[in-house]
Design a protein around this ligand. Structure first.
Ligand SMILES: NC(=O)c1ccc[n+]([C@@H]2O[C@H](COP(=O)([O-])OP(=O)(O)OC[C@H]3O[C@@H](n4cnc5c(N)ncnc54)[C@H](O)[C@@H]3O)[C@@H](O)[C@H]2O)c1
Length: 357
């Protein structure tokens, strides 16, 4: 009996290829279709997954009644319609974030998903990470006393402006919405107040670094710092990524080098240091939870909801808007950005490089 879950993947760029790899590895999926508008991506799809039907027109996936799940890994401008079509044609949805290219359209996608009993999820990958789960459990046990301060920082020489992901917005939205989401996940309630400061690095039209601090409705305070501005032209690139959580009695923190994550927990009864593989985008975890849900016909509670993504996206936009209404300095010149983009085109091993075809 064939018990594989039949899936169609739409969008075969950097992320689409990660999903293919993890789904192939898990042995739980029949990757029936791969769709991409770009002929070079389709050529690669045929090579990497010869048993899949590789197509240009997504409609074939929605029209195939035997397809159970669609994976939406193209760009944000096509996602809302794809989510709606998937739900209308009775298919479960695994979506990349953001789930659309404007707030209104994201809430439209949420509405479509929530109006049906089909399962949908979105890759808010930090929620599936071992390190955030471990820290949250430690906090929930009362080890740090009352949760008071959440500080999170993610600075890398990653995707530069103008390189791609235009529908996903500036770096604080495209990447930063993950940190907005996980901060809210820890606080367990909604944002109440915020003050954002940003800078238009290299004189680009949009800020590529932003820091926001503020409060949650329960009084927990936060600061989030995110930017893809971190030593883009340094000879040997590096990054700085951490979370630092402070309670009334103890602290919990984590840092990683993209290979290994280190969690340090200083609680009232326990001091723990855990070092484990970083886990990348945790796509294996997401796909497994989703496969369990489809097989058991019961949505796994650990799966992020489309609503979570819409909320995180909305606040990331609000924080960007707040920064734009304050003093927004421009530092550097476009010429430097051009040098960065040139360098990234030929880099083989860099941060967040889109696939060159
Ligand atoms: N969850 C995360 O941590 C994370 C990380 C990176 C990217 N993403 C998201 O994943 C999405 C894809 O990002 P990427 O880095 O793979 O980008 P990419 O540019 O490498 O790939 C996008 C692919 O989609 C194809 N495409 C575009 N429109 C299409 C359409 N209508 N139908 C079919 N194919 C289409 C393009 O040809 C391209 O091959 C983005 O929305 C991005 O925000 C999420």
């Amino acid at each position: 009996m064939n018990t594989l879950i039949k899936v169609g993947l739409i969008g075969f760029g950097r992320m689409g290829r990660f999903y293919l790899q993890e789904m192939q590895k898990s042995g739980r999926w029949n990757i029936a279709y791969i769709c991409d508008l770009n002929p070079a991506s389709r050529k690669l799809a045929k090579e990497l997954s010869p048993e899949s039907k590789v197509i240009e027109n997504e409609q074939e996936i929605f029209d195939d009644k035997t397809v159970q799940v669609v994976g939406l890994f193209a760009l944000a401008n096509s996602r809302k319609e794809q989510i709606e079509k998937a739900i209308q044609s009775g298919k479960h949805v695994i979506s990349e974030k953001p789930i659309a290219d404007t707030i209104e359209r994201e809430w439209g996608a949420v509405k479509a998903a929530e109006s049906s009993n089909l399962f949908s999820t979105v890759n808010l990958y930090l929620r599936n990470s071992w390190y955030h789960k471990l820290i949250k459990q430690f906090i929930d046990k009362g080890e740090i006393g009352e949760l008071a301060i959440i500080r999170i920082c993610h600075l890398t020489p990653g995707l530069a402006p103008g390189e791609g992901h235009e529908y996903e917005g500036p770096s604080f939205h495209d990447c930063g919405m993950h940190y907005v989401d996980i901060t809210k996940w820890y606080a367990g309630c909604n944002f109440k107040t915020w003050n954002a400061q940003a800078v238009r690095m290299w004189n680009y039209k949009d800020p590529w670094w932003l820091q926001c601090h503020g409060t949650f409705e329960n009084g927990v305070v936060f600061d989030i710092t995110q930017g893809h501005v971190y030593g883009q032209l340094s000879k040997n690139q590096t990054h700085n990524s951490y979370i630092d959580i402070i309670g009334t009695e103890g602290i919990a923190r984590m840092t990683h080098d993209f290979k290994t994550a280190v969690v340090e927990l200083h609680g009232v009864t326990q001091t723990i240091r855990e070092e484990r593989p970083f886990g990348g985008k945790n796509i294996d975890v997401l796909c497994d939870l989703f496969a369990d849900s489809v097989e058991l016909n019961k949505r796994h509670p650990g799966l992020p909801q489309l609503r979570d993504s819409a909320i995180a996206s909305e606040y990331a936009w609000k924080f960007l808007e707040d920064a734009k209404n304050k003093d927004l300095p421009a530092i550097g010149e476009i010429h430097t950005l051009e040098k960065i983009i040139e360098r990234r085109k030929t880099m083989k091993n860099g941060y967040g490089l889109l696939q060159q075809l």
